[in-house]
Design a protein around this ligand. Sequence first.
Ligand SMILES: [Zn+2]
Length: 134
Amino acid sequence: MSRLRGFKLGLFIVGFVLMLPVLVPIGLVSDAMARRRLKAAARSATCPSCGATLGVRAIELADAAWKQFMRGLREKHPDAKFRVVKTVDAICPKCAAELALVEADRSFAPAERPLRGGATQDAAESRAQIRRDR
Ligand SMILES: [Zn+2]
């Protein structure tokens, strides 16, 4: 590594560490705002499958299903690290349709990659980017 590249890398690392007290709160606030937007959208949205009002319960159901999905992945592949994108934002409390938020109009549409269903779950697993520890 040349001295200049080493200097630039060192400068970047020092800058990054100095910015952490600013970056971390921004990340946390941004996350909380996205969560609030999701809940606000769910309160007034209706299920595209059955027409029922989704409400905050739909978000809680999706969170629980996601936790269960990730637990299942970890049990099946204990030595793997996962980089998985959450694809289901809400689950209809009435008909259990798995839905994703459409940011453009804050509506919900059927999730392109649902968590449940035998073949679907296998497909979701295979799409999950699995990186072995070794
Ligand atoms: Zn429904």
